[in-house]
Design a binder for this molecule. Structure first.
Ligand code: FES
Length: 296
């Protein structure tokens, strides 16, 4: 008789046997790479995160063998390595596809269409969250805010950004990935496979010609705030629309700008929304934005 109603859910079994080691040639290669990574840190255990990326680059996810490898090289316990590897969402716990497709469903992206995109891709690919298509190409997951809210809703593929997505554009994106067609992210380096990306995250250079240069900088929408802080005109308002620079209590003050800087997508980086959205910036009768003195 069960002592508690939940006892029947408890799975008792034999403790797992120690993880097998890598084949000798693989271990030798990884050990040489790991030595290079560890040498970058004053304390070897600080190299754990890049080493987890390194073993992920080998097998596509963090296996028990990879955990054992990291533990041995860093003089940690496998429990300590496991605790770290299961804390961060960039480490996969099971085998996945060549392309990790993450749909941001955090608040802003969700209301801008992220939820609809995620539902569309689940239906289109026939997989759920964290699952991989039968051809082993795409792993779908919903992800938290990627600090790219100004391009919402965003989709990431192997951590590269695809801005201003719609259900239709996201469907086309995964179709292209599955068909092996070239796919260019909106920003960042040209796309590569999950394993190749993991190796770069371990700290090894992107060897593809021109790839580093192609990463560019921040997108125009991200730079609007910086331009305003410098007193430069906001895009889409003409050269004569210049906002005075802000200062602090130590110097002259300024009125915070009222209304959004622009209702238009920045030149060269148009939104790909299916239809224009009515926003506080485009509704002149109901402007939004700071309207009070700072500190009020
Ligand atoms: S909410 Fe999606 S990037 Fe911030």
């Amino acid at each position: 008789m069960n002592a508690t109603p939940a006892n029947h859910d408890v799975q008792l079994g034999m403790p797992a046997l120690p993880a097998p080691d890598y084949p000798a040639d693989v271990r030798a290669r990884l050990a040489a790479d790991a030595k290079e990574v560890i040498a970058r840190y004053p304390d070897s255990r600080s190299a754990l995160l890049p080493l987890l990326h390194l073993v992920q680059a080998e097998e596509g996810h963090v296996t028990r063998t990879g955990i054992r490898f990291c533990a041995e090289l860093l003089d940690l316990t496998t429990a300590e390595v496991t605790a770290v590897s299961t804390f961060y969402s960039m480490y996969r716990r099971k085998a996945g596809g060549d392309y990790q497709v993450g749909v941001c469903t955090n608040t802003l992206c969700a209301v801008m269409g992220g939820d609809a995109i995620f539902e569309e891709l689940k239906e289109h690919l026939g997989v759920g969250n964290g699952e991989t298509t039968e051809d082993g190409t795409v792993t779908l997951e919903h992800i938290e805010c990627n600090a790219a809210c100004d391009f919402a809703p965003v989709v990431m593929v192997n951590w590269e950004f695809f801005d201003n997505q719609t259900p239709r554009s996201a469907r086309q994106l995964v179709d292209d990935l599955r068909a092996g067609r070239t796919v260019e992210p909106t920003r960042g380096a040209p796309l590569c496979t999950f394993k190749e990306t993991a190796r770069m995250l371990a700290g090894f250079p992107d060897e593809r010609p021109g790839a580093v240069e192609a990463t560019g900088g921040a997108g125009p929408a991200s730079l609007i705030g910086l331009r305003l802080a410098r007193g430069e005109g906001a895009p889409g308002r003409g050269a004569d629309h210049v906002i005075a620079p802000r200062t602090t209590a130590d110097g002259p003050t300024e009125e915070p700008p009222s209304g959004h800087p622009s209702g238009q997508a920045p030149p060269g980086h148009p939104s790909s929304h299916d239809a224009p959205h009515e926003t506080s910036a485009s509704d002149k009768q109901h402007p939004a934005g700071p309207s009070a003195e700072e500190g009020e």
